[in-house]
Design a protein around this ligand. Structure first.
Ligand SMILES: *[C@@H]1O[C@H](CO)[C@@H](O)[C@H](O)[C@H]1NC(C)=O
Ligand SMILES: *[C@@H]1O[C@H](CO)[C@@H](O)[C@H](O)[C@H]1NC(C)=O
Length: 292
């Protein structure tokens, strides 16, 4: 009993079950680029504060990617993943949630759970979005950060369908992002990089939170600041070419709100260096922000 109490105090009772983790480095370092000088794993900037949770996204017994999640805004800030080439696996998967964000650590929460309405009733969903928040979002769709189309296999593709990997995105902005960022990024990687299981490209895709929110219902009360609507989506890749040099590029797209019917969202996309993106993000987050 004493030993158990001590172990609990030290937080070592379920060391291998902790998927909402203190640091990405300890639990799922494989999704991050190593610093060229120190050779240490170097995740993107971890925003400070209790509202930001590191999730090693686990599904069917394996880590699939990593996400920095904001439990106050109920959206991810970024997802980091390895890309082995576009496999175009057919769309498959129900939307899931991360029980540990709401229930804390329990052994049965080792993996993301399939979302089902019955289970949905049981979680308070205080710290994350749930499926029926999105129909209330009107014009906004669930914009994937790690896209289904970039998954290496069916299980990884399924694992992208979790609400901790999605944020509100206007339908046309979602389509433009797929066409003008994801497709073009793949073309570039395909032509310039080695890209397979041994030499993956590393990609980080994220958002910049805004001041507009989707209202949600919790316990029969309306929360006006429910799910945050990002002002920007961004993405950057880093890969190795056949001469073993690092290549990278970044993209930033602004999502301009036009809630009025029949008015298209403006989608301003730019293609830039990673350093340019980092400097833009530093301005937008009002703190130093590093991607690779
Ligand atoms: C990005 O810009 C560079 C340089 O202007 C250009 O060579 C490249 O094709 C562009 N890539 C995409 C995906 O737009
Ligand atoms: C990955 O690509 C490199 C370079 O094209 C090649 O040498 C290597 O054999 C490939 N590995 C696999 C597992 O396909």
């Amino acid at each position: 009993m004493k030993l158990l109490a001590l172990l609990l105090l030290l937080g070592v009772v379920y060391p291998s079950l902790n998927e909402v983790v203190k640091s990405f480095k300890a639990k799922c370092p494989e999704f991050f680029v190593k610093n060229q000088h120190s050779h240490e794993v170097d995740p993107p900037t971890l925003l400070k504060g209790n509202q930001f949770k590191c999730i090693c996204q686990r599904w069917k017994g394996k880590y699939r990617y990593a996400t920095l999640y904001d439990i106050k805004r109920r959206i991810p800030i970024y997802s980091a993943y390895k890309f082995e080439g576009k496999k175009d696996i057919p769309r498959n998967g129900n939307w899931k949630t991360e029980p540990q964000l709401d229930e804390g650590l329990k052994p049965e929460n080792r993996e993301m759970r399939e979302m089902r309405p019955a289970q949905e009733e049981k979680l308070p969903f205080k710290n994350q979005a749930r499926n029926n928040d999105y129909p209330r979002a009107g014009a906004y769709t669930r914009g994937h950060l790690f896209p289904n189309s970039y998954a290496a296999d069916a299980d990884q593709a399924e694992s992208t369908f979790t609400l901790t990997n999605a944020a509100p995105q206007m339908q046309d902005s979602n389509e433009e992002w797929a066409k003008k960022v994801e497709e073009l990024m793949w073309e570039e990687i395909k032509h310039n990089c080695m890209v397979n299981k041994t030499f993956p490209a590393y990609i980080v895709t994220g958002v910049v939170p805004g001041n507009v929110w989707v209202a949600i219902e919790r316990e029969r009360r309306t929360i006006t600041q429910g799910v945050n609507i990002p002002t920007h989506y961004w993405s950057a890749y880093l890969c190795i070419n056949s001469a073993s040099s690092r290549l990278s590029r970044a993209f930033l797209a602004q999502q301009i709100y036009e809630i009025k019917p029949n008015r298209k969202t403006q989608f301003k996309k730019s293609n830039m260096t990673v350093a340019d993106l980092e400097s833009k993000l530093t301005g937008l987050f009002k703190q130093p922000f590093r991607v690779f």
